[in-house]
Design a protein around this ligand. Sequence first.
Ligand code: SF4
Length: 379
Amino acid sequence: MTISSAYIHIPFCQQICHYCDFTKFFYNERLADEYLEALENEIHTYIPGEKAKVKTIFVGGGTPTAVNHAQLKKLLTMIDEHFDVSYCEEYTFEANPGDLDEEKVRLLKEFGVDRISLGVQVFDDDMLEKIGRVHRVKDVYTNVDRLVKAGLTNVSIDLMYALPGQTVDHFEKTIDEAMQFDLPHYSSYSLQIEPKTIFYQRYKKGTLVKPPEEDEAEMYELLQRKLASAGVNQYEISNFSKPGFESKHNLTYWNNEYYFGIGAGAHGYLPGKRTINLRPLPAYTKKAMEDGQPILHEEPVGVKEQMEEEMFLGLRKTEGVSFREFNRKYNKEIVDVFGEAIPKLKDRKLIQESDGFISLTSKGRILGNEVFQEFLLDD
Ligand code: SF4
């Protein structure tokens, strides 16, 4: 069976943001050197021979561009040695606006990276400081300009909303400023207060207050409206693009296709199983150096789980899940498998059917988790 994609995790950051629960560590040159050795061992275990042909590669983090020039070159070289980059339809690097100097941009371009996802979050220096980001608004301008001049025009920016102290007007200014760049892709996420973050501790003490839920819903609707008016269409709950610029890599996830998950804390999906790698840096590095298999946990995925996931993941897309595609994959009709859930959710106006697809309504997008629960099958 074909593995469509590869996700490669680089867990280093120059500063730790107050809301972040990803696998990340302060950048340290020696640790990053050791990590890259371990990463290469893991990649080599999956792909010991001929270069793998995958449709997409996504290097995420952490901040993959937080490493120094020599390390970035080493990383790009090891990817190039194990994956057929020329076959790839999309090769993305995540980056922090402050990190991309001319040499790093040159290296990314030279090694065939053709898409950059920038963690911008908000266009307001005070707010950036409050959420623990290291970059400032001017860095976004400098970096986008540098990328575009280098011919890297397929740029996406991430925005956050429902931040402490953020009003609807404040978020509107951020959307307006983001849209001035006229980029092909935008992602936007509301703040989630996750355990083991600085924000979580403040929330517990009562010193952090999120905007009211009505404001959060208004921010989301505003984002949808404004981007749609500029021809940037919503194609997933949190993702928007001009036609043809949908993230091919992320579509791998939502289409429930297989992908390698490589690096500390990375999740993978391979035929018959999902994998989760060791998260602490020393544990990952040690195990990857020992045998190239730094896996913490493997979860078998049977047909029942695959069909459930097909629905949870596919319904995140605006187009939803195709009846025909479901039948092609599982040799079963969606309505036969989910006979109870579908009429119930339709009655509640959370899902709809049209042109051979089943999809979330606008109300369903807001209450996504309630919908997804209904697609859990009995054993
Ligand atoms: S830069 Fe990204 S990965 Fe690093 S701490 Fe901030 S949010 Fe987390």
